[in-house]
Design a protein around this ligand. Structure first.
Ligand SMILES: [Fe+2]
Length: 271
């Protein structure tokens, strides 16, 4: 059973605050606001917080629960599994994954929601991270945090090269990719359909940013997508038509090959 939360914001370390803020303002239509030593990039349904630090690393991803019941159940589950709670307040708490990233779990309707502004629709929907030990990381997210595996990608030796995990009915709110380095891979904003994805691609052309990957269609999740690359080498995705999963959906298994990551055949193989 899914925990009943969805991605609401991410906090990302960057090399150059001004450069990254300017990039995301142009490309994703964020309004940017300096707060202390951070920059909040916000638009309707998407919030990205930039922090100075170790570029290419995720500081925290925040998942918001739909119900107080679900949020309290998650808090009790973390305590019963011996997970230390950090930054605990009435609005939420954080836990640390086995590679040092923070995962925030937020109560419904706290005051931290992004202010509503209008640009092209695209709701912050999932993140992907790269890991040198993906099987162990997936095990932590599933066994300890309660994420559910939708699809696994296995290489010819049967070793895990990618996994797609969900926290509600959407196919994945987190993806884990095997890589030679442990770092952030990408975030994705889900737009409202295929014509809107085309419009996003046209918008990227208008602001002079080439697509780094796509337009394509992922195998796991079956979503169409485009990706651009930010100044720190992070990928930023716009997707559409992501698969909706029933609670009893069987775990899918895919072969490690380009056509799994892009059914149309051109893929970024992380490792
Ligand atoms: Fe993605």
């Amino acid at each position: 059973m899914e925990i009943g939360a969805s991605l609401s914001s991410i906090e990302l370390f960057v090399n150059n605050l001004a450069a990254s803020a300017g990039f995301y303002e142009r490309t994703f239509g964020f309004n940017t606001e300096r707060r202390g030593n951070t920059v909040h990039c916000h638009a309707h349904d998407r919030l990205l917080v930039l922090l100075p630090g170790n570029a290419g690393q995720l500081y925290r991803a925040n998942y918001r629960f739909r119900t107080v019941f679900g949020f309290e159940a998650q808090r009790r589950a973390m305590i019963s599994r011996g997970v230390p709670l950090m930054f605990e307040s009435v609005h939420g708490f954080s836990v640390q994954d086995t590679e040092g990233r923070l995962i925030g779990f937020l109560a419904p309707d706290s005051a931290t929601d992004a202010p509503a502004t209008q640009f092209r629709p695209a709701r912050l929907q999932h993140i992907g991270v790269r890991s040198t030990a993906p099987a162990a990381l997936v095990d932590f997210y599933v066994s300890t945090l309660g994420f559910v595996i939708s699809d696994r990608v296995l290489d010819s030796d049967g070793d895990l090269s990618a996994a797609f995990l969900r926290t509600d009915s959407e196919h994945h709110s987190m993806a884990i990719f095997r890589s030679s380095e442990t770092r952030f891979d990408h975030f994705s904003c889900e737009t409202t359909g295929w014509p809107e994805l085309r419009d996003w691609a046209d918008h990227m052309a208008d602001v002079g940013v080439d697509l780094a990957w796509g337009i394509g269609r992922h195998g796991p999740g079956n979503d169409t997508f485009l990706m651009i690359k930010d100044p720190d080498g992070n990928l930023a995705e716009v997707s559409s038509d992501l698969e909706q999963c029933s609670t009893d959906r069987p775990v899918g298994v895919w072969p490690h090959r380009p056509q799994t990551l892009n059914q149309w055949g051109v893929a970024i193989m992380r490792g």
